[in-house]
Write a protein that binds this ligand. Sequence first.
Ligand SMILES: O=C(O)c1cc(C(=O)O)c2c(n1)C(=O)C(=O)c1cc(C(=O)O)[nH]c1-2
Length: 230
Amino acid sequence: MTAVLTETDDFVAALRSHARRYHDSHPFHVAMNEGRLSQDQIRGWVANRFYYQENIPRKDAAILANCPDRAVRRQWLRRITDHDGTAEGEGGIEAWLRLGEAVGLTREEVEDGRHVVPGVRFAVDAYVTFARTRPWVEAVASSLTELFAPDLMAQRLTAFERRYTWIDGDGLAYFRARLRQAPRDSEHALAVVTTHCRTAEERAKAVAALSFKCDVLWAMMDAIDRAYGN
Ligand SMILES: O=C(O)c1cc(C(=O)O)c2c(n1)C(=O)C(=O)c1cc(C(=O)O)[nH]c1-2
């Protein structure tokens, strides 16, 4: 992206244009949503994606640690409790473990990471490192892939309910919760980014951060596809 982003509308449009690079169009996701994946392929995806899920709160804690703005921190904190819960047996990570059980994986084999392939580990670790080491506003911008997540989540829910009837519906609670959480989180992140990135240079860095994150998600899917694809 080389355009000089002086107008806020252009900036938001440049961010939103990354929808074209979102991992919903990755062949593995396309096959998933068309109901073409086997039980083993679904299990491989669930086990590998757990590594992303369990690292999201660590990524968000890194943003909190770097962020001097009290109002932003107050809002951002909720992301951590959404994933970790406020008590044993609650939260998104627990919900993902239940998804694992619903597809036939034990909690132990999901939690110990034995199925995680190197490319997924590498991509997720890069995302956490990005949040630790880059200015906090860039890290917030990198979370904006979630602007594009609700459509994918809705498609996935329908696909799982209709095409993968062997999966117990209770296991899909994670995706139902994200349908509500992702729009709320991404709208907040977009407001933070548009407020704090005022110069063309700051805006270009935010766009680059989102581009980096599209690469993270795509690289994860490539690695999963390579390990479990047809
Ligand atoms: O299943 C998906 O396609 C998907 C994508 C993304 C995303 O776009 O980064 C997230 C999630 N799920 C998700 O569940 C989640 O909690 C999440 C947090 C974040 C983030 O960057 O802070 N992205 C995502």
